[in-house]
Design a protein around this ligand. Structure first.
Ligand SMILES: Nc1nc2c(ncn2[C@@H]2O[C@H](COP(=O)(O)OP(=O)(O)OP(=O)(O)O)[C@@H](O)[C@H]2O)c(=O)[nH]1
Ligand SMILES: [Mg+2]
Length: 523
């Protein structure tokens, strides 16, 4: 063991200080992913090499560890390195006053890394540039003629009116920290190639801003198991009613949020700052911390704090201002915890009839993993679950033999008629023993209501991909006003659905909005 070490005075570039790493804390899925992101960042800056100084605090002060603590920390680093397809190359151990500290060199391993996957839903007022932003990220080219949104809005009535009217899925792929650009985002072969080549995939769920389709936006936020919300605010209009409404919904789902001010090319610098202030005030009022991202080094600071901190970036799809920073942020965005070990479960979002393939259902895998060829259950169909077979699986047009929780997939199924399947039904492993639920109890919070909610009131419930009217019975209070919380019983009006204790949902009717958590299944 060496006696002396010259440790760098502070963290910078590819050097990271860590006082101590505990398996019980730092290997928990969320924490692990944050540390993995941080290492990914250090490795990129160090061109495949990162240096970790163990036993030293953030400020560079030597704290020292016991032999046991040092070995444990080293083991944690090993696991984190593996997440990044990297390994511990060299360990130098030093001693000071009977305590150990050390310098660990981590290097990238060549070969195919583990694929990372993140799902982001866009949010924001109509025409504020959600679809354009995604399209320009995909092509890497400025939107010179204002037509880039056509890569997302492909339905005839969307093209005609220039408005998004349904959810659209898009894909960004990073390989070795570089964004893989599309020649044509509509080309299915190109999509499949990028999905295959990328070591990090971002699936975008592009939602809609027009208030007439609020239910579709909610389906985007609630039904697709999303990891982050990307809220856009156009610099000319500033914060609009839908901006606030969508922000409220993302917060209700407890999602980390990224904000892009768009269309900065259209207004003066002063106006952009005004809008930035407006956004900052809005965030402070809802208990999140705004953080204007100005340089690459800002990204590193916020990566493990996105539950509270909201990065704000200034962008233009005409000049591509802000895109480099946005791409960096997206590349390092930590993957979220997924329940891969549980039995397979997916809520069906869309149903297609594909010629030559048959019935295909799509959605985001909520938990577990699926192997092509598996026997599954689908329903409830008239209160029952039917046996089906998953013939094949695709992700962004790329055929897969197996797919894990968090992936947006299309699954070709056999065993049930196309017309019998509805959005909101599930596809699951039989071990779940699913039951159809007609009635349940929930703890709710009323966000907005003009008067008072009493028993008999019938809002629409949005839970996973389910959207159906349900009758309320107030259990512990006679009435619920805006801002009130209480215990209620819901009874679906028409069908029964697969609902589980702990499920979060949004309920809504006209201007009324509330959130809830299922506390008890009644059936
Ligand atoms: N000048 C300028 N125009 C932009 C920018 N981003 C979007 N636009 C234009 O704004 C209009 C609306 O853009 P979209 O991307 O369709 O907006 P959206 O938010 O997806 O709209 P909905 O999905 O209908 O809610 C289009 O005409 C775009 O060309 C920008 O950064 N600068
Ligand atoms: Mg759009």
């Amino acid at each position: 063991m060496k006696k002396k070490i010259s440790i760098p005075r502070k963290e910078n570039k590819n050097i990271e200080f860590k006082e101590r790493l505990l398996s019980s804390l730092h290997l928990k899925e969320n924490k692990k992913q944050h540390l993995a992101s941080q290492m990914r960042y250090r490795l990129e800056i160090g061109k495949g090499k990162a240096v970790y100084i163990l036993g030293v605090d953030d400020k560079g002060k030597v704290k020292g560890l016991s032999e046991f603590e040092f070995e444990e920390s080293l083991n944690v680093l090993k696991v984190i390195a593996r997440e990044n397809n990297a390994k511990i190359e060299k360990v130098e151990k030093f001693q000071e006053n009977g305590k150990v500290f050390g310098r660990i060199l981590i290097t990238k391993v060549l070969g195919k890394p583990k694929k990372q996957h993140v799902i982001i839903a866009t949010a924001g007022h109509v025409n504020h540039g959600k679809s354009t932003l995604i399209a320009c990220l995909m092509t890497g080219k400025p939107d010179k003629n204002g037509k880039a949104w056509l890569y997302l809005d492909v339905l005839p009535h969307e093209i005609e009116r220039g408005l998004s009217a349904d959810l659209h899925y898009a894909l960004l792929g990073f390989k070795n920290n570089k964004l893989l650009h599309f020649k044509n985002p509509l080309d299915k072969k190109e999509r499949a190639r990028i999905a295959e080549e990328a070591d990090k995939i971002i699936s975008f769920v592009d939602t809609v801003g027009h208030s007439a389709w609020l239910y579709t936006a909610i389906r985007g936020f609630v039904g697709q198991s999303i990891d982050y919300g990307l809220l856009v605010v156009a610099a000319n209009d500033g914060v609009m009613p839908t901006t606030k409404e969508h922000l409220g919904l993302l917060l209700a789902m407890n999602l980390p949020i990224i904000i892009c001010i768009t269309k900065t090319d259209k207004v003066s610098k002063k106006r952009v700052e005004e809008v930035e202030n407006e956004i900052e005030n809005l965030l402070k009022n809802v208990g999140r911390v705004p953080f204007p991202v100005k340089a690459e080094s800002d990204i590193e600071v916020i990566l493990d704090k996105l539950e509270i901190i909201v990065p704000i970036l200034k962008t233009s799809s005409v000049t591509l201002e802000g895109y480099e920073l946005l791409k960096k942020l997206l590349n390092y965005l930590p993957q979220k915890e997924k329940e891969v070990e549980k039995p397979f479960l997916m809520f069906i979002d869309r149903i297609y009839n594909v010629s030559g393939v048959g019935t295909v259902v799509s959605g985001t895998i909520k938990q577990g993993k699926l192997k092509a060829g598996s026997e599954l259950l689908l329903g409830p169909i008239g209160g029952e679950f039917k046996k089906v077979k998953a013939k094949s699986i695709q992700m962004h047009y790329l055929p897969l033999e197996e797919a894990n929780a968090g992936l947006v997939v299309g699954i070709a199924i056999r065993g049930v008629k196309h017309e019998e399947i509805k959005r909101g039904m599930i596809l699951c492993d039989a071990s779940i023993k699913p039951k159809a639920v007609k009635s349940f109890e929930a703890e709710v919070l009323v966000l907005n209501h003009p008067t008072r909610i009493a028993s008999g009131y019938e809002p629409v419930i949005h839970c996973n991909t389910i959207a159906e009217a349900a009758k309320i019975e107030c259990l512990n209070k006679k009435y619920l006003k805006a801002g009130d919380s209480g215990l209620v019983r819901f009874a679906f009006k028409y069908s029964s659905h697969f609902i589980q204790e702990g499920d979060k949902f949004i309920f809504r009717e006209g201007k009324t909005k509330g959130i809830g958590t299922v506390t008890k299944i009644i059936r």
